[in-house]
Design a protein around this ligand. Structure first.
Ligand code: PLP
Length: 277
């Protein structure tokens, strides 16, 4: 049975019902978080709490993040899952009248789901490279994901697993992850801005990289420099560190093989997942 928590009430997912007037459904008016629980501990819990708070602040929605995370704990206990993927969706709720403007009475919808998660080391994959067609406020973890959905679908239809995106010839991120490029012992990732999501995995990678001898540089990456890198990978909570060895267009990244630096970083990340602060 799949359990969820809707507005504080834990129930089988089949019993959960949300109004068709919910602004998440009508306007994509809401934010979300996704996190992984490993060995019964949520990875980087406080970073997820802080990011949810920041997304809520950015859309002017007042919800107690502490209460949401208390529900997360109750839901994980109910399922007994030790390794799990948890989604938190918070929308501005339903109002009787359809109007773009915020309703005067707001009763947010808070919806949590949990499913089993297996942290597996990701195999090398191919990515398409395409213009970033999304809006310009990507640091907000918005439930309005149509741009990301279309881009990932385009990747899949091209036989690839991810879409690496660029604006004005500079890499932003990927459709569901952040981008890192390896040159020798240097690890480069685009700096935080409103054009990318401040990924929690990105944060952990930047923290860990020096432990495997990589120097981190947060600076712009020209899209035409991608194939000439020694290595390329994307990061996300659910995909971990996923190496990209082929680009379309662009061909092989470096010699199309995993670099030693990446293998060391991926091993360090896998270990980090089982270290609970
Ligand atoms: N960028 C985008 C567009 C994403 O959707 C995600 C994950 O959902 C990420 C980056 C990676 O974020 P995190 O490492 O917090 O999962």
């Amino acid at each position: 049975m799949t359990w969820c928590c809707l507005n504080g009430e834990i129930m089988p997912i089949e019993q959960a019902a949300i109004s068709p007037m919910d602004r998440g459904f009508l306007f994509g008016d809401g934010v979300y978080e996704v996190m992984v629980q490993i060995d019964g501990h949520i990875r980087a819990n406080s970073l997820h709490e802080a990011r949810l708070q920041s997304s809520l602040d950015a859309i002017g929605l007042s919800v107690s993040v502490a209460d949401v995370f208390a529900d997360v704990v109750r839901l994980t206990k109910k399922t007994g899952l030790l390794n799990a993927k948890i989604y938190v969706q918070v929308t501005r709720g339903a109002s009787p009248v359809r109007d773009h403007g915020f309703p005067s009475q707001i009763s947010p919808t808070v919806f949590l789901t949990i499913t089993e998660f297996e942290a597996i080391t990701k195999k090398p994959v191919k990515a398409i490279v395409c213009p970033d067609i999304r809006w310009r406020c990507n640091s907000i973890k918005s439930v309005s994901l149509l741009g990301n959905v279309l881009l990932l679908q385009e990747a899949r239809e091209s036989g690839a697993q991810e879409a690496i995106l660029y604006r004005d010839d500079l890499v932003t991120e990927a459709s569901t992850s952040n981008v890192f490029l390896i040159r020798g012992q240097s690890l480069t990732t685009p700096p935080l801005s409103d054009l990318i999501l401040p990924g929690i995995t990105r944060h952990l990678v930047i923290e860990m990289a020096p432990t495997v001898g990589l120097d981190v540089v947060e600076e712009a990456i020209r899209v035409d420099s991608l194939p000439g890198a020694d290595g390329l990978f994307v990061s996300s909570s659910t995909r971990g560190l996923m190496p990209i060895v082929e680009l379309d267009p662009g061909g092989l990244v470096g010699n199309g093989q995993l670099t030693e630096a990446f293998v060391a970083l991926q091993a360090a990340y896998d270990e980090r997942l089982h270290y609970h602060e």
